[in-house]
Design a protein around this ligand. Structure first.
Ligand code: NAP
Length: 230
């Protein structure tokens, strides 16, 4: 039987490559997209699509219980939703902080919580992947993106707590840390850069496939920096 993998942020740059990778690897791919998002023709027919506003806890909890009811188990969950904002201490108000916390932390926590509890009820446990960022790890890189970096930094701590709790149930949470991803938006925003130095969505997706797959099954508490040459 196919393993069930849940992917959030599946319509994004990394999401698209991730869906393709895990379909190719034989998973049943289940995606959650934003409420009202038009997805006609976006995914192959075997990809199961649910809708939720993942910044809303009730909406998210409901959709995860529907996924469990319909599919029985969640073997892995890749929580890719996130967003960026610039601004150092001078520009970063509480409102700006809340916005980034909601998009980068809450969207992950609201999914991770019911998914983790579901995985605790499965004898096989499960795998969760969160997406961090370099500015969250290196203050010099993050000082001009304060709200973004602070919100992403919480994901590393969340992974530690989930690993402390999940170790005995074979639930492993990883954080994948991309540098600049080679996306159309980044090419437009930074036309002077050498795009070859950037990591591609496909490279990140295949790294996640390693983490989730048989070869990565011995890994514990992984923080994987996918920086390419940048
Ligand atoms: N791009 C980079 O250079 C870079 C670098 C380091 C880390 N990252 C991280 O890598 C991850 C993927 O990046 P990306 O560039 O692929 O992002 P992206 O293209 O901007 O995609 C973001 C995804 O999140 C979804 N989303 C946003 N708000 C949502 C909500 N409330 N409910 C449900 N879905 C929601 C979007 O769906 P809709 O479009 O339908 O809203 C979209 O599918 C993010 O966590 C990002 O922070 C990116």
């Amino acid at each position: 039987m196919k393993k069930n993998i849940l992917v959030t942020g599946a319509t994004g740059n990394l999401g698209n490559a991730t869906v393709a990778q895990f379909r190719q690897d034989g998973f049943q791919v289940i995606v959650i997209v934003s409420r009202g998002r038009k997805t006609k023709g976006q995914f192959p027919e075997d990809v199961v699509v649910y809708e939720a506003d993942l910044t809303n806890e009730d909406d998210t909890t409901t959709v995860i219980s529907e996924v469990v009811k319909d599919h029985g188990s969640i073997d892995a969950a890749l929580l890719l939703v996130g967003g960026f904002s610039a601004g150092g201490i001078k520009e970063t108000s509480g409102v700006a902080l809340s916005k980034m916390f909601s998009l980068n932390f809450n969207t992950a926590y609201f999914v991770a919580r019911p998914v983790f509890l579901q995985m605790q009820s499965q004898t096989s446990g499960g795998r969760i992947v969160l997406v961090g960022s370099r500015p969250a790890l290196v203050a010099r890189d993050g000082k001009n993106y304060l709200a973004y970096a602070l919100s992403k930094s919480l994901l590393f701590k969340l992974a530690e707590f989930l690993n402390a709790e999940g170790g005995s149930s074979n639930i492993v949470t990883s954080v994948i840390v991309p540098s600049t991803i080679d996306t159309p938006e980044n090419r437009k925003a930074m036309p002077g850069k050498n795009f070859d130095d950037w990591v591609t969505p496909e490279e990140i997706a295949s790294t996640m496939a390693f983490l989730i797959g048989e070869k990565g099954s011995v890994l514990r508490e992984p923080i994987v920096k996918v920086y390419g040459n940048s």
